[in-house]
Write a protein that binds this ligand. Structure first.
Ligand SMILES: Cc1cc2nc3c(=O)[nH]c(=O)nc-3n(C[C@H](O)[C@H](O)[C@H](O)COP(=O)(O)OP(=O)(O)OC[C@H]3O[C@@H](n4cnc5c(N)ncnc54)[C@H](O)[C@@H]3O)c2cc1C
Length: 288
């Protein structure tokens, strides 16, 4: 399939990109790695007349500490996330999740910003961002604003981004030292999107769960933050009965589509299985 024709723009600053997108209105679209957008254009599900390529904006790349937060530029690739020692030490769930996205070829160009801005419930990073309580830095016509990941996703391909907005960075509070985390993803084959997946970040104290956060991928129109399920687990040793109760609470908030990855009921149950596995692995890694 061949995409429709389009004009190509390559700004060198965020201000220039925002200005261009404002001028182009509905005819313009930001492009990052292109590994979600180009396939959509080939299928004619997206037909932007103008592409504004963010690849020439040096400010959008890189990973740095800012107090107790880590800030990751939107154009940082999934490959960069895997190679970052800072993330490997401080927020290892990002490396673990990146390694489960697609294949190396996609990860070399697919960006964190594109993955979280895309709004596809099949993308893996959004649920991890809900789990980590990340904040998105967005610049638009009215200047910069910050949007909590937990308030960003409104429906499939429908987010808090407004026309002309550029997501510039993702700010993530570093989880406490000694935390445990895991991302468990069921997929039909290497490189596939999730049938269901679960992200867990938890801390323990005296063998009991002191804090817990859970995100779920591809079992609703948006990524899900399973707040009630996590609450049930706090104070427990992750004994089988409590985990079962929490898993049931997580399953209750899912509403997956029946599709080529399986019927809705199966995908809900697989979310529960992924959560059970992620909890066990996260607890095994936690020190406290
Ligand atoms: C074969 C294949 C398998 C894949 N498997 C997986 C998988 O298992 N899990 C997974 O999560 N993903 C998967 N992907 C998607 C891949 O991770 C994409 O790279 C990613 O979803 C989008 O990132 P991108 O940089 O390519 O964004 P693009 O495709 O360039 O953009 C995606 C959307 O986000 C918008 N956008 C991008 N950046 C910004 C920004 N900074 N500000 C505002 N809007 C922006 C664009 O306008 C567009 O609407 C797969 C892709 C392929 C081709």
């Amino acid at each position: 399939m061949i995409p429709g024709s389009f004009s190509y723009h390559r700004p060198s600053s965020v201000a220039e990109a925002v200005g261009l997108l404002a001028k182009l209105g509905d005819d313009g679209r930001a492009i990052a790695g292109g590994h979600s957008l180009i396939p959509m254009m080939k299928l004619r599900l997206a037909e932007p007349a103008h592409l504004v390529d963010l690849a020439g904006i040096a400010d959008l790349k890189g990973i740095r500490s800012d107090g107790n937060d880590i800030i990751i530029g939107a154009m940082t690739t999934q490959h960069d996330l895997i190679g970052s020692d800072l993330l490997g030490t401080k927020i290892p769930i990002l490396r673990e999740t990146s390694l489960q996205i697609a294949d190396p070829q996609v990860r070399y160009v697919g960006t964190l910003g594109g993955n979280v801005a895309n709004g596809d419930p099949g993308n893996d990073m959004p649920a991890v961002m809900l789990c980590l309580n990340a904040t998105y830095h967005v610049t638009g016509k009215g200047g910069e604003r910050r949007i909590a990941a937990r308030e960003f996703y409104q429906g499939a391909y429908f987010t808090a981004l407004e026309a002309g907005d550029v997501l510039t960075a993702v700010r993530i509070p570093v989880p406490p030292a000694g935390h445990g985390s895991a991302y468990e993803k069921l997929k039909r084959k290497i490189g596939d999107y999730a049938t269901a997946a679960a992200a867990v970040v938890l801390t323990t104290s005296g063998g009991k769960v002191a804090s817990c956060s859970i995100g779920l991928t591809n079992v609703a129109e948006t990524p899900l933050w399973a707040q009630e399920a996590a609450k049930i687990l706090v104070g427990s040793t992750l004994d089988a009965a409590t985990v079962k109760k929490a898993v049931a609470a997580a399953e209750t908030i899912t509403a997956p589509a029946s599709d080529a990855r399986g019927p809705a009921h199966y995908r809900t149950k697989m979310a529960g299985v992924m959560l059970t596995r992620a909890l066990a692995r996260a607890k095994a890694k936690a020190r406290g």
